[in-house]
Design a protein around this ligand. Structure first.
Ligand SMILES: Nc1nc2c(c(=O)[nH]1)N[C@H]1C(S)=C(S)[C@@H](COP(=O)(O)O)O[C@H]1N2
Ligand SMILES: [Mo]
Length: 188
């Protein structure tokens, strides 16, 4: 697999699906839950759970790479493509980075160009089933081309920025970009 170029350097393959996060699993309150697109956009977007779950759904099959060293192949995600979400907002000039906001102040940063890849998805489902609470129910971001600390569970919104600004793990020493194939684990 490594020879085939699929397992990034320094990673080992796992067939299980580890659960990894800081803090506790938040409780989902469907009536007050919202998803917001804010910052450098012409008009803020605020979607209720019902609105978001009625937007067009797609499937993404992708590998997942955790900076701690495990990789999992062929996750099947179902949900709203980031490109589909972004058809609903108009960017203001200068918008170049995305700060992803999750419950309990978890944040992660990535360039807009990575957010807009065809494989970036706001997943409601995994393997055809709703996400389990510990894997991000009701909604998680999945950015398959970067280390999984960018794949924010319990995601509640994205903020468009004109500059690169570190999220939680980027601030605490993980690489600001995090390309698994370049083994960009830490910032030093
Ligand atoms: N909200 C939130 N999302 C998060 C994290 C977290 O601590 N909080 N950890 C990240 C990290 S480091 C990894 S490896 C993946 C793990 O996802 P999993 O628990 O579904 O395997 O979630 C990412 N998303
Ligand atoms: Mo991770």
């Amino acid at each position: 697999m490594r020879a085939a170029g699929r397992l990034p350097p320094g990673q080992s393959l796992t067939l299980k699906w580890p659960v990894l996060h800081v803090g506790s699993v938040p409780v989902f309150a469907p009536r007050t839950w919202d998803f917001r697109v804010f910052g450098l956009v012409e008009e803020q977007l605020r979607l209720s759970w019902e609105e978001l779950s009625n937007l067009p759904q797609s499937d993404v099959f992708a590998d997942m790479h955790c900076v701690n060293g495990w990789s999992r192949f062929d996750s099947h995600w179902g949900g709203l493509l980031a490109t589909e979400l972004m058809k609903r907002v108009k960017l203001r000039p200068g918008a170049r980075y995305v700060m992803v906001h999750g419950e309990n102040n978890y944040t992660a940063n990535l360039p807009i160009s990575d957010f807009l890849r065809p494989t970036t998805i706001l997943a409601l489902r995994h393997g055809g089933e709703p996400l389990s609470p510990e894997h991000g129910y009701p909604l998680r971001l999945v950015v398959p081309n970067l280390y999984a600390y960018k794949s924010v569970k319990w995601v509640r919104g994205i903020e468009l920025l004109d500059r690169e600004s570190p999220g939680l793990w980027e601030f605490n020493g993980y690489h600001i970009y995090g390309d698994p194939f370049k083994e960009q684990r830490s910032s030093s």
